[in-house]
Design a protein around this ligand. Structure first.
Ligand code: G6P
Length: 608
């Protein structure tokens, strides 16, 4: 989604802001802009398109100065255009960058227009600039003005505000959208994601809901909470390192992140297993008692994370004997869910900032759950801070919009949850699955070695407009995820079905033009799956099968088969995800799409 960077420094901030924007581009990217206090005035450049377009403007006319605010935009109110790009100004007095949505902006806009303020954009953000200017005209400081006006803003926001009257000051506010303060040496920064600021600091303050912060010269930082009381917030050191923000030897972040999976799966397991068992305390000191009381689980998530939740349903029911419901957050939050006694609420999110998932958690906290668990990749994110217990997936920053390593590490975390619930309830401890988990990084490595073969396979898809993915059991969600990946980055229409449903409709679509992709691990549904594949062959469909080396499905004219190493049945969904990721990647590269930043999508959807 949108990204904010702001700085008050002892050096020229233009390049710090620009580098920050480049690093945030993966979140949303239809336009970008920057305002710097330069030569005694607030000076702004904005450009439609990628950050590179803004960089070209800056090459032509630099914006040197010691303080500034900058933004990448993903349109919500008003189409992508230069006029709608942030920062928004009130005259040349106030500049604002904003993530989120101001729900009551129309009424505020009417009032401001009544007072003579002119509007130059269709955004909800512009009202904030005028509101601050109006308060400043009454004699308030930038901090006081911002503090007063945020109370009247409905919806969600993270803000960065500066004004011509106080050149060395930037004010930030957070309500419903993430914002961090970067603590430098005699300088201070703001950003919607710490990644943006890693070239200048690794020390961060994660603001809390309702916090207002003032950055001043010499690195002075003042924070007040939602009640207006001065507060000290802890400074955390960012531990992921900065390597994640570069592509290294890879052509795209997505490919890099696919190939990082053995390493991050290992990281996700580290310190969480004993010789033959899972360490329940990986979920925190309260987990044992909570899991003991768990009689049901409700899992809520969006997008790829939702697919991870669907896999977990098969696991938790089969291996921990606990009934599970899985639902997308945007539906759940507006239902009237019935919460049976002893139900644990589990939210899954790579970013921990997805608006619907966060709203679902907050809603769940008003219901009769025994507790909330967040499985998340971003420490310090809202979801993590607001849940009772948490487990970090340790995938490291994921830049490609299409989620890959975040998904497989979520699956690892969900298997750890399955084993932990079973163990805490005094049931089986599954040493066989534990042993298989340990070998998983190495088996994944062997699957990734099939990359070249998958690349060759991908040529059959480049001219296609549709594709069908089939799976059974816990591999049905893997088929869903495979179809999502293909449509996200190659724009080929793809659907997934449980293979047993084929004859209830989708079979009508199958002809010699329709590629049908199936995953065929060696499990107790294999024979049934084989019959389903015959149904496709009989209609002339082109089959692409990813199969366990032992299942005996042979390549023929109308079936192309890629064999995968054998893995414990429980972990097969994780392994079979990898070739589907690589397939989508190579198809997208052949089609020439923007793999890391597919059209119309954003990495972290912080609006509803
Ligand atoms: C967006 C991203 C997806 C992601 C989904 C949920 O749609 O493009 O890749 O799966 O949000 O994000 P989360 O951070 O909550 O896992």
């Amino acid at each position: 989604m949108c990204g904010i960077v702001a700085a008050v420094a002892q050096r020229n901030v233009q390049d710090i802001l620009l580098e920050g924007l480049k690093r945030l581009e993966y979140r949303g990217y239809d336009s970008a802009g920057m305002t710097v206090f330069s030569d005694g005035v607030l000076t702004r450049h904005r450009a439609l398109g990628k950050v590179a377009a803004l960089a070209a403007r800056l090459d032509a006319a630099a914006l040197p100065g010691f303080s500034g605010v900058a933004h990448t935009r993903w349109a919500t109110h008003g189409k992508p255009s230069e006029a709608n790009a942030h920062p928004h100004h009130s005259s040349d007095q106030v500049a604002v960058v904003h993530n989120g949505i101001i729900e009551n902006y129309e009424r505020i806009k009417d009032n401001l227009q009544g007072s003579g303020y002119e509007f130059y954009s269709q955004t909800d953000t512009e009202v904030i600039a005028h509101l601050v200017a109006e308060k400043q005209a009454e004699g308030l400081s930038l901090f006081e003005a911002t503090q007063q006006i945020v109370n009247g803003l409905g919806g969600a926001y993270a803000l960065g505000v500066m004004c011509a009257a106080e050149p060395g000051v930037v004010v930030g506010a957070r309500q419903g959208s993430p914002l961090v303060v970067g603590v430098g040496i005699n300088e201070a920064f703001l950003a919607s994601d710490p990644l943006a600021l890693l070239p200048v600091t690794d020390r961060f303050i994660y603001l809390e809901e309702g916090d207002l912060v003032e950055l001043r010269e010499q690195g002075a930082i003042r924070i007040v909470d939602r009640h207006g009381n001065g507060v000290e917030r802890a400074i955390d050191t960012f531990e992921h390192g900065d390597g994640a923000a570069s592509k290294g030897e890879y052509r795209h972040y997505m490919l890099k992140e696919i190939f990082e999976q053995p390493k991050v799966i290992e990281a996700a397991l580290e310190g969480r297993l004993s010789a033959n068992s899972v360490l329940v305390e990986s979920f925190g000191p309260d987990a044992q008692a909570l899991f003991q009381r768990t009689r049901q689980v409700h899992i809520i998530a969006c997008g790829t994370s939702y697919h991870a939740g669907l896999v977990a349903r098969y696991w938790l029911e089969r291996y921990a004997g606990v009934p599970v419901q899985v639902e997308v957050a945007s539906e759940y939050r507006y239902r009237h869910p019935v919460v049976p006694e002893g139900t644990l609420f589990v939210s899954l999110s790579q970013s921990g900032e997805t608006a619907d998932t966060l709203a679902a958690l907050r809603f769940a906290k008003t219901l009769d759950y025994i507790g909330s668990l967040a499985i998340c990749n971003v420490p310090g994110s809202s979801l993590v801070r607001e849940s009772d217990i948490t487990l970090m997936t340790r995938a490291g920053p994921e830049i490609g919009v299409a989620s890959t390593k975040a998904f497989t590490t979520q699956l690892v975390a969900l298997m750890l949850l399955t084993l932990s619930v079973s163990k805490a309830k005094g049931q089986a401890e599954y040493p066989d699955i534990i042993a298989a988990l340990r070998t998983l990084p190495e088996v994944c490595q062997r699957v990734l070695a099939l990359d070249r073969q998958i690349e060759i396979l991908s040529q059959a898809f480049a001219e296609k407009h549709h594709a069908l993915f089939l799976g059974r059991g816990a591999h049905y969600p893997i088929a869903l995820e495979g179809a999502l990946k293909l449509k996200e980055i190659s724009y080929i229409h793809a659907e997934a079905y449980p293979a047993g449903e084929l004859k209830h409709g989708p079979l009508a679509l199958v002809d010699s033009e329709m590629p049908v992709i199936s995953v065929a691990p060696n499990d107790d549904l294999l024979e049934k799956l084989k019959s389903n594949l015959q149904e496709v062959r009989a209609r002339g469909g082109q089959l692409f099968v990813f199969a366990d080396e032992s299942v005996g499905i042979n390549a023929q004219e109308d079936i192309r088969v890629l064999t995968l190493p054998h893995v414990h049945e429980a972990l097969a969904p994780l392994l079979y995800t990898l070739p589907l990721q690589l397939l989508s990647y190579h198809v997208a590269v052949l089609k020439g799409t923007d793999v890391d930043q597919p059209r119309n999508l954003a990495k972290s959807v912080t609006v509803e």
